[in-house]
Ligand binder design. Structure first.
Ligand code: SF4
Length: 413
């Protein structure tokens, strides 16, 4: 068989990387000018979008070094028993592609993961070689996100953080038992050890920053670490998923937990579900995650907004919680503390900060809140303002129906 061209390898290894959500990809419609004329394509080239630590949206070349893998995780299209075409980049090819794409202004960085070839150490060493070469041989100053291979030597991890902006070790499953069942070669304890090592290095690097300006970042993996959890491949409910996420945030100081709805793969094991979970479930988990990190909610509160450990798919988790705790409302926007304002459906962190800043100068009316929040429909039943009290609206029997978005006909084209 003739050797694969670089372009073909890129097609295979960028497609294989799309299942990894630990660097957020932006979804867009599929367009391709090949064979039809026109300019440009939104698929196939392996470019995804992610967010830099300062909030900028950046384009990354998202690829695997190889989709060969000695492991056989049954939820993964790259598992050893999978019947997919295999490819492998050399270190020099990845470096060359990254520099070429960067110089053409297609990307601002690289997201590099890999199947496990030979051993965790060998694979991690290859990933590190790419990053080292980019930084040392080519003075590449763009963003680099490297996947951590659990069980790789601590020295390799230490070096990975010298070159990469972000490191991620995927936890994969919400429970240890699911991981042990679906990924027989992986050990939950080894994944946690890798995360703990990254956290230890980040903590070591942090004091260095304090001696500089307040905004200075540690030099070791300055964008921190993240992880991905696949949802819907096992029977874990949203409570179990969010409990695992909360534990990871507090235990390993993760910047982000990414939730990736399981997508059925070709020739899948009968132990996997035939259908993916609703994408809305993934969306609600992201909203719940946001409530944990920025709104002061704990997991039991969020889960209590739904039923049987599952989030309500019809409404967002904050509204679901508020509807079940109407005794806590209405909240006086002119007096309530920040924590309680953050619990008002329809008020985000920025709106709450603006309310607090504005009320120092004058008492807020409903119109003032509407201007700040952008929309008042969801907020109105849960607040009091200078000229507004919701009366019986807060406890109205049909309030949930009034606030539930009407079903929409999906676009046909
Ligand atoms: S280790 Fe498991 S999840 Fe990772 S590439 Fe190999 S089979 Fe897939």
């Amino acid at each position: 068989m003739p050797p694969l061209t670089l372009r073909r390898k890129l097609a295979i290894l960028s497609d294989a990387a799309k299942y990894d959500a630990s660097c957020a990809s932006s979804g867009t419609e599929k367009r391709n000018s090949a064979g039809k004329g026109g300019i440009g394509s939104t698929e196939g080239s392996g470019i995804c979008h992610s967010y830099a630590p300062d909030g900028r949206c950046i384009s990354l070349l998202k690829i695997l070094l190889t989709n060969f893998c000695v492991y056989d995780c049954i939820y993964c299209v790259n598992r050893s028993s999978s019947n997919v075409q295999r490819a492998r980049f050399s270190v020099e090819e990845v470096v060359g592609l990254t520099l070429d794409f960067y110089k053409r202004n297609y990307i601002e960085g690289l997201f590099l993961s890999s199947g496990i070839i030979r051993s965790p150490d060998y694979t991690m060493e290859e990933l590190v070689r790419v990053a080292r070469s980019l930084r040392e041989d080519h003075q590449f100053a763009g963003y680099i996100h490297l996947k951590v291979i659990p069980n790789a030597a601590p020295e390799l991890l230490a070096e990975a953080g010298r070159w990469a902006d972000r490191l991620s070790t995927n936890i994969e499953m919400p429970t240890d038992i699911a991981l042990e069942t679906l990924a027989p070669e992986k050990r939950p304890s080894e994944i946690r050890t890798a995360m703990a090592r990254v956290r230890g290095k980040l903590d070591e690097a942090a004091p260095e920053a304090k001696t500089k300006t307040r905004t200075a970042k540690p030099k070791w993996a300055p964008a921190g670490q993240s992880t991905q959890m696949i949802i819907g491949a096992d029977g874990a409910n949203d409570g179990a998923i969010l409990n695992r996420a909360a534990g990871l945030y507090s235990g390993y100081k993760l910047r982000r937990v990414y939730y990736s709805a399981f997508s059925p793969i070709p020739d899948a094991s009968s132990r996997l579900p035939l259908r993916p979970p609703p994408l809305m479930r993934e969306h609600r988990l992201y909203q719940a995650d946001w409530l944990i990190r920025f709104y002061g909610f704990d997991v039991p509160e969020i889960v209590a907004g739904g039923e049987d450990g599952l989030l309500d798919l019809a409404i967002d988790p904050k509204l679901a919680w508020a509807l079940k705790h109407r005794e806590r409302f209405p909240v006086d926007v002119n007096r309530a503390d920040r924590d309680m304002l953050l619990r008002v459906p329809g008020l985000g962190t920025r709106s709450v900060d603006r309310i607090i800043a504005t009320r120092r100068h004058h008492s807020l009316r409903l119109d003032d809140v509407a201007r700040i929040a952008g929309s008042i429909d969801k907020v109105r039943p849960f607040i009091e303002a200078l000229d507004w009290t919701p009366g019986g609206l807060t406890d109205h029997q049909r309030l949930r129906a009034k606030l539930t978005p009407a079903p929409e006909q999906l676009a046909l084209f």
